[in-house]
Unconditional design. Structure first.
Ligand SMILES: [Zn+2]
Length: 310
């Protein structure tokens, strides 16, 4: 009987911990891709006004030619003249190649090159680069609301290995989640001072407007940043972002069509500012109805031409 009770206890423990693992996965999915991605099936009625713009942009596998143009806002725009980030660079490797999201404004590529170089100075071997934008920017079929104008990049919290990874490793390698299962703090088994150096290095780049990290990471940065805190205001809490951080760079000079987002307040965002994020209702929000997807009519007029061009 006692053995049966012990077995039951073990069973409950396993069930609970797998529920926690599942929840962690849901807050920050970095799903594996495919080595042979299937092209999306053609749309029945691509010109219908109700067609979600993401369906159109996801079907474009090449950039719109010409000079670089980030058009519209980070959450409602598109991209012309995009350039790809090479999948292997001197200080980075692109992950999840099947997604074809390693495109950006040339200024974003310059930033990543610079960041990878500077990160070496804080003992970060190299960047694992996640999503940037699609070849023509625009909304995506999965995961992001922003990343639409080639000025956003996700960088993994896991350092680059010492070898050039195979396609398999890039598609199926798992990310490192630096947040504890209860989401109240970082996971001391994974979080290191080098992670702080990495985020600080990105924040200190003058092109960077804001960085999004999980609230537990922001809490750790507030506690562990030390005396130099001038960069902390750029690092803002957001849900998810436990396996990667999101870096947003400013509209490049001279890009008249780019709609800037208001910069974060110049306060460090520590203390009371963080309380909201650790409330039960924020950590476990009730299910909400998803917003209807953007249509082309809700994007700048130029985006219609850009996505419809062959
Ligand atoms: Zn992102």
């Amino acid at each position: 009987m006692r053995a049966a009770a012990r077995l039951l206890a073990v069973f409950i423990l396993v069930a609970v911990s797998s529920a926690v693992a599942q929840e962690k996965h849901l807050i920050d999915p970095t799903p594996p891709g495919s080595l042979n991605p299937e092209p999306l099936p053609p749309l029945q009625n691509p010109d219908a006004p109700s067609t979600p713009a993401k369906e159109l942009f996801a079907r474009k596998s090449t950039p719109f030619p010409g000079p670089p143009r980030s058009i519209g806002g980070y959450f409602d725009g598109c991209l012309a003249g995009a350039v790809p980030l090479p999948i292997t660079g001197p200080g980075w490797q692109v992950m999840r190649l099947s997604r074809n999201r390693n495109w950006g404004n040339p200024q974003l590529v310059r930033f990543i090159e610079r960041f990878a170089e500077n990160a070496k100075k804080v003992d970060w071997n190299g960047l694992l680069v996640g999503d940037m934008s699609q070849p023509r920017g625009g909304p995506m079929l999965s995961e992001h609301k922003s990343h639409q104008i080639g000025l956003d990049v996700d960088v993994w919290f896991k350092p680059m290995p010492d070898h050039v990874q195979s396609r398999e490793e890039r598609e199926f390698g798992s990310a490192a989640d630096v947040v504890a299962p209860d989401q109240l703090d970082v996971d001391p088994e994974v979080w290191t001072p080098r992670h702080i150096g990495l985020i600080r290095t990105a924040a200190q780049d003058s092109a960077v407007v804001r960085i999004l990290v999980n609230p537990a990471i922001k809490k750790a940065l507030c506690r562990e940043a030390g005396a130099d805190r001038a960069w902390l205001f750029k690092v803002r809490p957001w849900s998810g972002h436990a396996e990667h951080f999101h870096v947003q760079i400013a509209c490049p000079a001279g890009s008249a069509e780019c709609k800037p987002q208001a910069p974060p307040r110049r306060s460090d965002g520590c203390g009371h500012d963080l309380e909201f994020w650790f409330k039960e209702s924020t950590l476990h929000p009730p299910p909400s109805k998803p917003k209807p997807p953007l249509t082309l009519a809700e994007l700048p007029t130029a985006c219609k031409h850009i996505v419809k061009a062959p």
